[in-house]
Structures are given as structure tokens and as C-alpha cells.
Write a protein that binds this ligand. Sequence first.
Ligand SMILES: *Cc1c(COP(=O)(O)O)cnc(C)c1O
Length: 237
Amino acid sequence: MAGCAAVNRRAEIAANLQAVDGRIAAACAAAGRRRDEITLVAVTKTFPASDVRLLASLGVTHIGENRDQEAADKVAATADLDLTWHFVGQLQTNKCRSVASYAHVVHSIDRARLVHALGREARRARRVISCLLQVGFDAVPGRGGASPAEVAALADEVAAEEGLDLGGVMTVAPLDEDPDRVFGELADLAAEIRAAHPGARTISAGMTGDLESAIAHGATLVRLGTALLGTRAAVVR
Ligand SMILES: *Cc1c(COP(=O)(O)O)cnc(C)c1O
């Protein structure tokens, strides 16, 4: 009974969304912030385009994906909807042409070579892409993201690149680190970047497990997958 399953899925996502809204509202109240300072991005990786459609019908129009092929397929399958697409995964330069064709925001800018490759493809597509600088706070480097020391120079590269707009910063808190420390450092870095680039106001931080800490430390955008859609099936790559 496909119709029945679809109705149940809609009710499930609606209940999850209500719980998420409650968490965000409580975190804002605790931090003395307004709810409308926070953008909710639903990260739909591994879930079908039909879930994107259900989210949109419930008012969630910012959608995040972390792999180009999967993102491109879902963008095509939901072309009739007015969605804002966020690319949140590691980005290879050979995927820039495709990503530049649909992404409104790229959260994973972490090196100058990527800035130039994405800028070239944005200009080619006659689009302007908002870019967030991904900062890596791992004790062990190499797990994605620029080191905090590299971020100011990278901000200047994005600001100077035609076709790209510097939107702000992003991080994924390492599992083995204290999120309050990580998000606190991100907030300091964001203030530093904003002093040189006043338009770079976005702080993309906070996932299912740590959104309260992120909002306490100034996040303006949270990226939620599990809390909205449930546990992801293991992906074999
Ligand atoms: C998967 C993913 C998320 C969502 O994670 P959850 O813990 O399921 O909320 C957020 N950000 C990025 C970069 C992701 O890859």
C-alpha cells in the first residue's frame, strides 16, 4: 500500500520536524536569541527525493546533500519546487561544473584551488554561489576543512573571486572533541572574518547531536539529517 506508507512517512517527518522546532526554539530561548536568526537545512543524503518533497510540503525549503551525483538526481526530481540547495560534502574540483549548475550554497570551501575551480564554473553557468569556509578543528589534520590559521587568507580569495559570494564559515565538530570548545572557536573566527568581510554573516554549525551547543555559540544555520528523517542506512562506498 504505497499510498498508506506515504501518509505514514509524512506524519513521521512532521512529528520529527515539530520536535526539531522545539529544540531550536528552546536553544534560542536559552541563548537569548530570536528563532528567525536560525536557518534550518534538512540534510537528505541517502533518503529519497520523495522525502525532499514531503519536507517542502511541511515548509522546509533548504535542502542539503553531500554527494554530487545523489544531489543532482534529487535536484532534477524536484525541479518543480522552489528549493535552496546546499552542498555540504567534500568537493573535488572535477565535480565543480556539476555542483555549480544547481547549488545555491557550498559549505565545504577549504582550499584556494577549489575557490578558483568553483568560481570558473559559476561564471560559466552565469550564477553566483554563496560559499562558506569549512574549518577543521581536528587535533589530527586532514579530515576535511581548512585549519583555523588558513581561513582569513581563504576568505580573501573567495571575496576576490567573481561568481562567488563569501557567506561565512562552517564546521563539523569532531566526535572526540568538546562541541562547546569547537563552536566557541568557530564563533571567534567568524567574528574575525566578518570584521574584514561584513557580508559573511553565516555560521553553519550544529547537527542532530550538537545543535544546542551550536546555537549557544552563535550558529545561524543548522544542518539536520537524523533528527528529521531518522537513522541513515549504512552507505557502502
Ligand atoms: C550528514 C551531515 C549532516 C547531518 O548530520 P545528522 O547528524 O544526521 O544531523 C550535517 N552536516 C554534514 C556536513 C553532513 O554530512
